[in-house]
Design a protein around this ligand. Structure first.
Ligand code: 0GY
Length: 289
């Protein structure tokens, strides 16, 4: 297990960009508190406690209206902290769960009532143990009946091996973190263009333009990542969503300033129409309709 963690930024800056009313932070997490919601024994890192109260305070500070709370690997299949946050959010949060095929139909229905709208399949080897594809296919078939989608987390160099599995999924598929490109290779690199072609062909695929802080080589304010986000937003304006990734689990060097992450938005969505789609219309369609 990863020995340490970087706690989230204690004093994020007030963003210069004013998020339009109704903005959704469509990728963030809650962790613990450990005393109430212990971390999973099989976790690969231990995060700092990042309870719902802190998330809601950050939401208000950044001028964001709603959250999509995504289950991260450190809580594994125990979705209680996430569901507890949905229950407390007064309709202002939806969720994405992590489940195994042993999950009961009653539990799925219960999570649906709480506001869960998707499951996450994580293909990052440093974060999770391997799950056979047939198991994931059976889970996808079950959640499809609830009208949920599948969020996939993988790194771009693994796309050739995963693409066939992804395109066979019966649900909407939401790709985490721009498919984690290697930004040193550039937007026009064959790997990134292959990902764009996949989105072109597969109208059921969406993408989160999130986590520049995980991909950057140059550091904040992430100008080396902006061209990747902007290319996606301009080419697929009605299938992109944005989020902070607070509390930034498993970051090894420094905690990003969430205000700077909000200020990344106009760099990737330069017009009011693109911002409206990215921050409000698209996430509302995917999570609240
Ligand atoms: C993220 C990124 C990470 C962690 C997780 O499930 C997770 O533990 O998602 C990561 O370490 O890249 O999406 O927040």
């Amino acid at each position: 297990m990863s020995p340490g963690y970087i706690p989230f930024h204690p004093h994020p800056s007030k963003p210069a960009f004013r998020a339009p009313a109704g903005t959704v932070d469509a990728h963030c997490h809650v962790f613990g508190p450990e005393a109430k919601f212990p971390y999973a024994p099989e976790r690969k890192y231990t995060p700092c406690d990042a309870p719902k109260e802190k998330l809601f305070a950050l939401r208000d500070f950044l001028g964001v209206d709603k959250n999509v709370i995504v289950q991260a690997s450190c809580h594994s299949k125990d979705n209680r902290a996430m569901v507890d946050a949905l229950d407390a959010a007064g309709g202002r949060a939806k969720g994405v769960a992590f489940v195994g095929e042993e999950v009961g139909d009653d539990e799925l229905k219960c999570m649906d009532r709480a506001g869960v709208r998707g499951v996450r399949f994580n293909f990052i080897k440093r974060l999770v143990d391997f799950t056979p594809r047939e198991v994931l296919e059976r889970i996808a078939a079950r959640v499809e009946k609830l009208g949920w989608h599948v969020v996939v987390y993988f790194e771009m160099q693994d796309l050739p091996e995963l693409e066939g599995f992804f395109t066979a999924l019966p649900t909407t598929v939401v790709v985490d973190h721009m498919a984690v490109p290697d930004v040193r290779k550039g937007v026009d690199h064959a790997e990134n263009q292959r990902f764009h072609r996949l989105l072109d062909r597969q109208k059921n695929f969406w993408v989160k333009v999130t986590c520049p802080e995980r991909m950057t080589v140059a550091g904040a304010p992430y100008d080396d990542v902006a061209p990747f986000g902007r290319a996606l937003v301009e080419r697929f304006p009605d299938r992109v969503i944005w989020g902070t990734d607070w509390p930034h689990p498993n970051m090894k060097k420094e905690a990003p300033d969430d205000g700077v992450l909000v200020d990344f938005v106009p760099k990737i969505a330069p017009t009011a129409a693109l911002q409206q789609a990215l921050l409000i219309d698209n996430p509302m369609r995917l999570y609240w309709s």
